[in-house]
Design a protein around this ligand. Structure first.
Ligand SMILES: N[C@@H](CCC(=O)N[C@@H](CS)C(=O)NCC(=O)O)C(=O)O
Length: 288
């Protein structure tokens, strides 16, 4: 162990067995717990569409609303959906109805009521694959492109915790700044940006020449969240990744992305957020 005065807070030494404090501080310090399960009873609302999404407009939530808007834009009317807000900053993810759909208490979660017995889907990557297979869209059938799509999709769901739970948490949410933690995660996130920049120097989209669910998974996070919720784009000098930015801007220009990225967001400039979406007209009114 190093000199304990260097620890943060100074003098801190990890106890032999970790125990929970009343409030660990930071943005989620009072709501996060070391056990799973519901903390209160609340049934989930159900709208008129077959697809019921329970989510918030964070990067993981945006992946799914972008996919749903892309499906609708491509003419898949069966992708009409209700997007209910689960406000994770108020602890809605610990309600009994939500934990029954996602025992991990994280948004996004999807219920498909068009399948006889209802189908419950959680994990953003699983939801993207589920929708892609249900509608036969944005997931190539050709062996090589399909494999590349899964490569980048799995890469993204594996790397997101370094961005959000790592850099974003310690840069934006932690009760105080810890240089070691921020350096460690800044290094890893910049490495990820370089991985993408290098790949996108040779490919139009992540899986090659087709826009797929892999692009929809990566876009809100790398670099979306760095421009958005975590506001670390200048700190990480994101502008140096020219090929990544070319791809990022091309996807941002897609009308379905402009629509999907604001669904279930609770704040922002006028026209930049829509708490809930129950009908195409909710968004049409914002994109006349
Ligand atoms: N691996 C999950 C991660 C989902 C996740 O971390 N969701 C965050 C918001 S982006 C959340 O619900 N956080 C609430 C909490 O940690 O209590 C996925 O990809 O769906």
């Amino acid at each position: 162990m190093n000199d304990r005065d260097d620890n943060q807070p100074a003098g801190y030494v990890p106890p032999r067995v970790w125990t929970q404090k009343n409030n660990h501080g930071g943005a989620f310090g009072s709501s996060n717990r070391p056990v799973s399960g519901a903390t209160f009873e609340r049934t989930l609302p159900v709208g008129e569409h077959p697809l019921q999404l329970y989510s918030q407009g964070t990067p993981n939530g945006q992946k799914v609303t972008i996919m749903l808007e892309e499906l609708l834009a491509a003419g898949h009317c069966g992708a009409e959906y209700d997007a209910w807000l689960i406000d994770i900053f108020k602890g809605d993810q610990f309600g009994s109805g939500f934990t029954a759909v996602n025992p991990n208490s994280k948004i996004p979660a999807l219920v498909d009521r068009s399948t006889g017995d209802i189908t419950q889907v959680f994990e953003s990557g699983s939801i993207l694959v589920y929708l892609a297979e249900k509608f036969g869209a944005f997931l190539p059938t050709e062996h090589r492109a399909r494999t590349e799509t899964f490569n980048w999709l799995m890469w993204q769901v594996g790397t997101a915790p370094f961005v959000g739970g790592g850099l974003g948490h310690f840069y934006a949410y932690a009760p105080f700044k810890i240089e070691y933690a921020i350096d460690r995660y800044a290094m890893e996130v910049k490495r990820q940006l370089h991985v993408l920049d290098t790949h996108l120097a040779r490919h139009e989209f992540l899986a090659g020449d087709q826009y797929t669910i892999a692009d929809m998974a990566v876009w809100p996070w790398q670099p979306g969240s760095l421009y958005g919720v975590y506001n670390t784009h200048e700190f990480l000098n994101v502008e140096e990744y020219g090929h990544l930015l070319r791809w990022y801007r091309a996807i941002a220009a897609r009308p379905a992305v402009a629509r999907g990225r604001i669904v279930n967001r609770t704040a922002g400039a006028p026209g930049e957020f829509l708490r809930e979406r129950h009908n195409a007209t909710d968004l049409d009114a914002m994109f006349p």
